[in-house]
Design a protein around this ligand. Structure first.
Ligand code: 6R9
Length: 664
């Protein structure tokens, strides 16, 4: 038997344990495992009392709540329901009159490297002025506002301004297509859209406003009365009279004082669309009180955030990570944070390391896919290796979005963290609002590739198909047994789908995360084994296979049938692989290549460039059972280039496997 040295190394690595640095184990918010266990015991003993204590300690209420959890209409749980507060006041106003008011809230670094700083006081003034501009346009409490913005101070201001007047924002990532924006505008019933003329990414000027114009022209968007346009670049864009206003026009003459509107704790702070296992994206609705509570608490527990920290979460505000750990959490915690417009590889793959050095970043939070691509770059070009930069300001590193493989973990730990900084591998989802399973930097001994243990108060467990607990060492379904304050409240406009997706009857009322997981036999540490539904994770972005399939078959002149599966990819984690049956004879060579490109561009237009399949394979048919079901497990094997070892006896057309396997 031969075993390659890399296999030996990775096995050894997975068994390695990294205790927290001594200083953090002494001083962190949760210092040592005893402190962690004490909090878990508190939650265990008096669940509601535990959450009520946190909610009173961490949030400022304009009207105190008297009831903690209301489960009468489960699974539509309500938290702190009779309490009132304002999210923006809890992020900004509460710092006024404290030493934080003159502190830098945002360090914005643009794509071209220019830097703008905004203090908490200035940010409050800007948010208030913007809130007044929204009010002047007739945007009211409860209205939905769609935000389609680049990473910018203005993007954060727009979100906070909505929160200030009780409008519910729905941020759509700037990489989504007009069609995707259109669908979300209609589903949310947005009354206004906030966008920019262009965005700058990697030295390129990319349109945003024209995509909004295209979306609004698709019809059915009568709900949208106004479009607000931030002029990010000097290039003009088309403006529709009576509908479109520039930021400058809208802000002119508006006061920079705007009293925050108190809303009930359950008032929807935002709706964020994410992919599910059926074609249509789900509008995940979050509350104000419970959501903000966890954003603030996890900043302190997971990142041990301190007044002197410079925090940097590299996620875009179009994703949940950019909501909780850019737009809300760091501000609620009074931190200084970096907001970055550009991409990690421009002007070269040292951009992150350069920025950490330049801004003396101390807590850095990014995605495994970024780390893996930077490892690749550093391997081939020593000039972009992190060792060339002074990263001594770092004290805590974080990872989010997908499993981090032990090799990437070790590289991150050694080369970025200088073997000093704990890595918090935070497992969570759009639906969980904030971290749910994660190491604590001053307590948890780290095992590369494991998100370790649930946060206090999060009753995570691994169960079988009927909700029975599974012993450590055996893989199963990840659930959370009790409701928690920052959980999803419903799917916007589709409560039935909410119940079906997250609280299936057979699971005893537990929250179904949609991931598989296993706990280690020795420590009971969780390791996420990947989605158990038809959702792919490409570069940390969730993509529904059905969503991509619907996009492909929507090309009705060309495509008869399509099936999409994932296959492992070294850099992006998973890659999208599409099997397509055309309405014409099987293409070969150059023609196949051309059609594949045409389909990729089509998917980019239907959903967005992030959904483009990496592989497209053509066949005269797809492997199907006699009842006509596509056998995806076989397609998964073909996509991975594996020999088919599964049972194919139920397959109607076995010859197709050979054809598809050779179609690459
Ligand atoms: C925050 C975010 C959620 C899905 C989730 C899981 C995967 C996220 C992870 C992780 C392993 C981690 N995921 N963090 N898998 N380890 N630390 O990413 O939200 O975009 O909704 O994705 O991402 O599969 O179910 P979202």
């Amino acid at each position: 038997m031969t075993t390659s040295s890399s296999t030996i190394e990775s096995t050894l690595i997975e068994n390695r344990v990294f205790p927290p640095p001594e200083s953090l184990a002494r001083t962190a918010r949760i210092a040592g495992m005893e402190a962690y266990h004490a909090l878990c015991a508190e939650a265990e003993k008096d669940y509601e009392g535990f959450w009520a204590r946190l909610a009173r300690e961490h949030l400022q209420w304009t009207r105190p709540f008297t009831r903690t959890l209301d489960a009468t209409n489960a699974p539509f749980y309500q938290w702190f329901a009779d309490g009132e507060l304002n999210a923006s006041a809890n992020c900004l106003d509460k710092h006024m009159g404290t030493p934080t008011e003159n502190k830098t809230a945002l360090i914005f670094e643009a794509d071209d490297g220019s830097v703008t700083r905004v203090s908490y006081k200035e940010l409050l003034a800007r948010v208030s002025q913007f809130a007044n501009a929204l009010k002047a346009l007739g945007v009211n409490k409860g209205d939905r506002v769609l935000i389609y913005m680049p990473m910018s101070i203005e993007g954060v201001v727009a979100m906070q301004a909505c929160a200030r007047i009780g409008a519910t924002h729905s941020v759509v990532f700037g990489g989504f297509s007009a069609k995707a924006v259109h669908e979300r505008i209609i589903d949310a019933g947005a009354v206004a859209v906030i966008t920019a003329n262009y965005q700058m990414r990697g030295g390129k000027e990319l349109p945003l406003k024209s995509i909004i114009d295209e979306a609004l022209a698709m019809g059915g968007c009568e709900c949208v009365r106004n479009v607000l346009v931030y002029q990010r670049t000097a290039t003009p864009c088309a403006m529709v009279a009576g509908r479109d206003t520039t930021f400058d026009e809208a802000l002119a003459g508006q006061s920079s004082v705007c009293p925050p509107v108190s809303v009930g704790a359950e008032h929807p702070l935002f709706v964020l669309y994410t992919s599910g296992s059926t074609g249509k994206p789900k509008g995940v609705q979050h509350s104000t009180g419970g959501y903000l509570l966890w954003a603030k608490v996890t900043m302190e527990w997971t990142f041990d955030i301190r007044p002197e920290d410079v925090f940097w979460c590299t996620a875009d505000i179009g994703w949940i990570t950019g909501h909780t750990y850019v737009a809300y959490g760091p501000l609620a915690a009074g931190a200084t944070q970096i907001v970055f417009e550009g991409v990690p590889t421009y002007p070269n793959a040292a951009r992150f390391w350069q920025m950490i050095e330049r801004h003396k970043c101390s807590v850095f939070y990014t995605a495994p896919t970024a780390i893996r691509s930077l490892i690749k770059a550093a391997d081939t070009d020593a000039a972009v290796h992190p060792s060339r930069f002074d990263l001594s300001s770092l004290r805590i590193l974080g990872s989010v979005g997908e499993p981090i493989n032990p090799e990437a973990w070790m590289w991150y730990y050694k080369n970025v963290g200088g073997e000093r900084c704990p890595i918090v591998d935070t497992f969570w989802q759009t639906e969980t609002g904030g971290h749910v399973i994660t190491p604590l930097p001053g307590a948890t001994p780290l095992v590369p590739g494991s998100c370790t243990l649930p946060l206090p108060g999060i009753m995570a467990a691994i169960v079988d198909e009927v909700g029975n607990d599974i012993p450590n060492g055996v893989g199963g379904i990840l659930v959370i047994k009790r409701p928690w304050p920052s959980m999803i409240r419903t799917i916007w406009g589709d409560p039935e789908r909410f119940k079906k997706s997250y609280f299936p009857e057979e699971l005893k009322g537990y929250y179904l995360a949609g991931d598989g997981a296993v706990r280690s036999a020795d420590r009971g540490y969780f390791r996420i084994t990947g989605r158990i539904d038809d959702v792919l994770n490409v570069s940390g972005h969730r993509m529904g296979t059905m969503e991509i399939e619907s996009a492909l078959v929507a090309k009705t002149d060309l495509v008869a049938e399509a099936a999409v599966v994932g296959r492992p990819d070294d850099v992006t984690g998973e890659a999208i692989c599409a099997f397509v049956v055309l309405k014409r004879p099987l293409p070969k060579g150059e023609e196949a290549h051309q059609i594949a490109n045409e389909l990729r561009n089509w998917v980019a237009k239907e959903i967005g460039p992030i959904a483009k399949p990496k592989d497209i394979r053509f066949g005269e048919n797809l492997p199907k059972t006699r009842s006509g079901k596509i056998m995806r497990r076989l397609l998964r094997s073909i996509a991975r280039g594996e020999a088919i070892t599964q049972d194919t006896s139920t397959l109607e057309n076995p010859a197709i496997l050979e054809q598809l396997a050779q179609s690459n």
